[in-house]
Design a protein around this ligand. Structure first.
Ligand SMILES: [Mn+2]
Length: 198
């Protein structure tokens, strides 16, 4: 059995940067096109899983046109039998209770994707791919974590599958470049989760 996966993230749809000025629309068009290629590739190659590891959008509240494109694309993937999973990143997850929830809730409610919104523990789902049990687990980024914290510390990744996948939106300490000052996974926390195929 060959497990076919499209793994993408940090697509940053509805990208915003003040300094781009009049070039912003062109940049957004290219970013949108690049993201759409991940979807077209998934459809053309009939992948089993489409995983988005966070920051599909550049903000918690993107404009409606990219939201609409996303719903259209995930509808096409659902109709093609592709199982889709999404977590939130440091841009499209809520930073406070006041911001509410991520824009991915729509995909969850419409039954187009499994969205792991929890920021303090893993959600998971086991899917059967050609008779093989594949567990996909995910945890959204907690934007309130201090830079010296490890989002994976003390957590056990669900591992009920024959093949286990975990999605998080953060760097790995010792691999990430030194200028990155944010919460990162300590490799020791990964080693404790030996059920994960690294
Ligand atoms: Mn990010």
């Amino acid at each position: 059995m060959t497990l076919r996966i499209v793994l993408t993230g940090d697509n940053h749809l509805n990208y915003y940067s003040q300094r781009l000025g009049w070039k912003l629309a062109e940049r957004r068009r290219r970013i949108g096109q690049a993201w759409m290629e991940t979807v077209e590739f998934a459809l053309q190659n009939q992948v089993h899983l489409y995983l988005n590891t966070g920051d599909l959008f550049d903000q918690v509240m993107p404009r409606n046109p990219p939201r609409t494109r996303v719903v259209e694309a995930f509808t096409r993937m659902k109709e093609a039998g592709i199982e889709c999973f999404v977590i939130s990143g440091n841009h499209d997850g809520p930073a406070s209770a006041g911001e509410g929830a991520s824009p991915h809730g729509v995909l969850q409610e419409a039954g187009l994707a499994t969205v792991f919104e929890d920021v303090s523990g893993f959600g998971s789902k086991v899917v059967k791919v050609e008779g093989v049990k594949v567990s996909v687990a995910g945890m959204s980024m907690d934007r309130r974590l201090n830079p010296d914290m490890d989002p994976l510390e003390g957590l056990e990744v669900p591992g009920e599958g024959d093949f286990n996948i975990a999605m998080l939106h953060c760097g790995i300490r010792s691999i990430a470049p030194s200028y990155m000052v944010e919460a990162m996974i300590d490799p020791a926390s990964m080693r404790k989760n030996s059920q994960i195929d690294l």
